[in-house]
Ligand binder design. Structure first.
Ligand SMILES: [Zn+2]
Length: 387
């Protein structure tokens, strides 16, 4: 019997359902997978063997319990051979990581970019960094599943076109196509390439590399030069009609407030974007961090006010979306409690006034690597959810 396209898709869905189950419940046996999926034992055995041969799953040691009869073999994700490449295309900074299936960073490289507004130059440098890492991983005997890229802007998922990235100064860039061409010039032609907003991929990084089920909906807030977010609902990203959902840096917090990079006044980013805060203190971003950690009074006062604006924003997003958890990530988290404590306090105060409890507010699992690790998670997300 010929295998039709539909049957192949069904097989992919079944295979990835098994991987997702083993990831969320490590130690499941083939028999348990059969019960949980409704697939026959023989189908499960066949698919599990394929997944073991391809290094998605591995068999764990069987515990000796003293019970009579053949003991079921526990299955786990195999973190040894398959890797995804994750990329952060940031403002003035490129970062490329290789991540194992179980969320270990196996390699990481950073490079600063002096002229982030020059699209072709940036993509050429990025392609070079990616190609080097592809070579290194293959030389180490690892197999690559694909490349994910996180960018600080709105991306049309279907076309891979970056509509607008205000902090990069990029608009209507066919990013996926252009990077694919740059990679081909470096000899990388055989890997799937996915491009998505940086907040969105960072949210996926919290979900796809978790070994236990994650609170859902999950709201990730990225705090850097730009302020962005990603929302995972029912295990999937909420992207909006044009890919613009979650551009929370440009939520209006005060009519006639300070001027923002987008041209509007009073945006969230104009109050607590890293560059905006440094500008108000008249220093560099590095100096802002130094002055905050030294406990300098003017820096502390500015960060306390900025933190309160973040608290108001978290409160407003929470009343709109009711997330089960809020994750904070990005370089501005390095400012620590001088910035984050007033934010939490303001959020809590607003909620308590309405006799409500706020959800957990936690820091990102991968810290400074939240975006590149999340971009690698985007590859996994696309593979694990074929439709
Ligand atoms: Zn703005």
């Amino acid at each position: 019997m010929a295998i039709t396209g539909d049957q192949r898709l069904l097989k992919r869905i079944n295979r990835m359902a098994l991987v997702r189950l083993v990831r969320s419940q490590p130690g499941l046996s083939r028999a348990e997978l059969s019960v949980l999926t409704g697939l026959t034992k023989s189908t499960v055995s066949l698919l599990v063997q394929e997944l073991i041969d391809e290094s998605w799953l591995r068999e764990d040691l069987v515990l000796v319990t003293g019970a009579i009869g053949r003991r079921p073999t526990p299955l786990r994700l195999d973190g040894r051979r398959l890797v995804m490449i994750g990329v952060e295309l940031g403002v003035g900074n490129l970062c490329v990581v290789s991540m194992s299936l179980d969320g270990e960073v196996v390699a990481s490289v950073q490079q600063s970019v002096s002229s982030p507004e020059h699209v072709d130059e940036v993509l050429e440098t990025l392609a070079e960094l990616i190609a080097l890492q592809v070579q290194e991983q293959r030389a180490a005997g690892r197999e690559l599943l694909g490349i994910g890229v996180g960018v600080p802007g709105a991306v049309m998922e279907l076309t891979g076109v970056l509509a607008v990235a205000p902090n990069l100064g990029w608009r209507d860039v066919p990013l996926r196509e252009a990077l694919q061409a740059a990679l081909a010039r470096k000899g990388v032609t055989d890997l799937a390439l996915f491009v998505q907003n940086d907040g969105d991929v960072a949210a996926l990084g919290e979900v796809e590399f978790a070994s236990t089920p994650v609170a859902d909906p999950l709201l990730y807030i990225g705090l850097g030069i730009g302020v962005g977010s990603g929302l995972v609902v029912g295990g999937r990203l909420l992207l909006g009609g044009r890919g613009f959902a979650g551009e929370i840096g440009h939520i209006q917090q005060q009519a006639d407030g300070p001027l923002c990079s987008c041209g509007r006044h009073g945006c969230a980013e104009a109050f607590f974007g890293l560059q905006a805060m440094a500008n108000r203190l008249g220093c560099s971003i590095e100096m802002l961090e130094t002055r905050a950690h030294a406990g300098e009074e003017s820096a502390r006062a500015l960060l306390a006010e900025a933190g309160r604006h973040l608290g108001v924003l978290m409160h407003n997003l929470w009343t709109t979306l009711d997330p089960a958890v809020i994750v904070l990530g990005g370089p501005a988290c390095r400012l620590g409690d001088a910035f984050l404590a007033p934010a939490r306090a303001c959020f809590g105060k607003l909620a308590h006034a309405a006799h409500l409890e706020i959800p957990p507010v936690v820091e990102a699992r991968f810290g400074d690597l939240a975006v590149p690790a999340g971009a690698a998670a985007l590859v996994l997300h696309k593979l694990l959810l074929p439709i």
